[in-house]
Design a protein around this ligand. Structure first.
Ligand SMILES: *Cc1c(COP(=O)(O)O)cnc(C)c1O
Length: 366
């Protein structure tokens, strides 16, 4: 069986280094917001090219804390509308809701799966205050088109970069440094994954960085002095230590994903299968390789019978979820088509070339 994603194999080479780090943390006896978190924040800000990185509990909290901080700074207020792609992972939308803001769904482009900039203008109202751009599946959203909209309308631009660590535009700017503030996730399956939950906010805004750092830690800047109504959402010291071990390999891991993606893109030739749009260069770090086909369940069954594990990202669009029942009657035809037709095939830095050969062969024979 070709696994969809072999996380055990991804982490195995680091085992000794993880044990070493664990021992260091234990020897120090400092478990919360210690040297490893600070070091990771410096390392990851460096990696993204952003001025600040603040380690938080997970990707959902990273986005929620950005919105909460902008409310605290007076840049957003309860009830403001935030534009977000309709086909995103639900966490993007939950973050907006958790901050008492109003998500406004906009259709993606069928080819790129990212928000269609041409459809944004029609959704802007006097209450619109920000766009949450999502780099879905690892490919940068069309940030130049989106940022000209945010500039023209004086909106905040926020990135959901949870699937796009290291994705880079033509000018060499990376995800996490293409907007006012970005949220990252280090969930184990992401391109940079911890051995548990983790997340980060990156930004070039000093005031925002300071506020997020406070809000993640009870709204406190000095111990037992609380300036804000905060949260407990800190990046765990041991997870930060593990991430410090893995971060130096992120660039190479992304390159390995790209090699596989390029093979899929040039060698999968089957009129029943639609390949994802790839803008070339480093715009895409292929967190997922998502193809489309009309009879998706049939293809998934065929691949399973052939020994290839696949997943669906995602089977139900946010507006059709029970949790968001007020939206269930809304219609987003492109989003619904995507959710009906997509299937993610195996891709990872530890996938072997003979496995890639096999996936291509089986897909071409479908
Ligand atoms: C994973 C993910 C998140 C949430 O990250 P968690 O760490 O699981 O909370 C948010 N947005 C997108 C697009 C994601 O893929």
């Amino acid at each position: 069986m070709i696994r969809f994603l072999d996380i055990h194999k991804i982490n195995k080479p680091y085992e000794e280094f993880f044990q070493q780090k664990l021992k260091e943390v234990m020897d120090k006896g400092w478990y919360i917001l210690g040297k490893e978190v600070t070091l990771f924040e410096e390392n990851f800000a460096d990696f993204c090219g952003s001025r600040h990185c603040i380690g938080v509990g997970n990707g959902l909290d990273a986005l929620t804390l950005i919105f909460k901080a902008y409310i605290q700074l007076g840049r957003l207020e309860k009830g403001d509308e935030i534009i977000v792609p309709a086909n995103t992972y639900i966490a993007s939308i939950l973050a907006i809701l958790q901050a008492d803001l109003v998500p406004v769904l906009v259709e993606p482009k069928l080819e790129s799966y990212n928000i269609d900039p041409n459809l944004i203008a029609a959704s802007i109202t006097t209450r619109t205050k920000a766009i949450l751009a999502v780099h879905l599946y690892g490919q940068l959203a069309d940030m130049s088109a989106i940022s000209s909209i945010t500039k023209k309308n004086n909106l905040l631009l926020i990135e959901d970069a949870a699937q796009a660590h290291g994705a880079q535009n033509t000018q060499g700017f990376k995800a996490g440094n293409l907007s006012d503030a970005s949220g990252f996730s280090f969930y184990p399956g992401k391109n940079l994954g911890a051995l548990g939950d983790g997340g980060a906010v990156t930004t070039n805004d000093d005031a925002l960085a300071q506020l997020v750092a406070s809000l993640r830690n009870y709204g406190s800047e000095a111990k037992y002095h609380n300036e804000f109504i905060g949260f407990n959402s800190r990046l765990d010291e041991i997870q930060a230590a593990f991430l410090n071990v893995k971060l130096p390999d992120l660039y190479l891991d992304n390159e390995k994903r790209k090699v596989i993606a390029n093979r899929y893109l040039s060698e999968i030739v089957n009129p029943k299968i639609v390949l994802p749009e790839f803008n070339g260069g480093s715009h895409h770090v292929f967190h997922l390789f998502v193809i489309r086909t009309e009879n998706r369940d049939n293809l998934q069954h065929y691949l399973k019978e052939s020994g290839i594990e696949t997943l669906i990202h995602y089977p139900i669009p946010p507006h059709k979820q029970n949790a968001l029942s007020a939206w269930n009657k809304l219609s987003f035809p492109i989003t619904e088509k995507i959710h009906r037709e997509v299937i993610s095939i195996p891709i990872s830095p530890v996938m072997m070339m003979d496995e890639v050969d096999f996936v291509i062969k089986i897909l071409n024979a479908y």
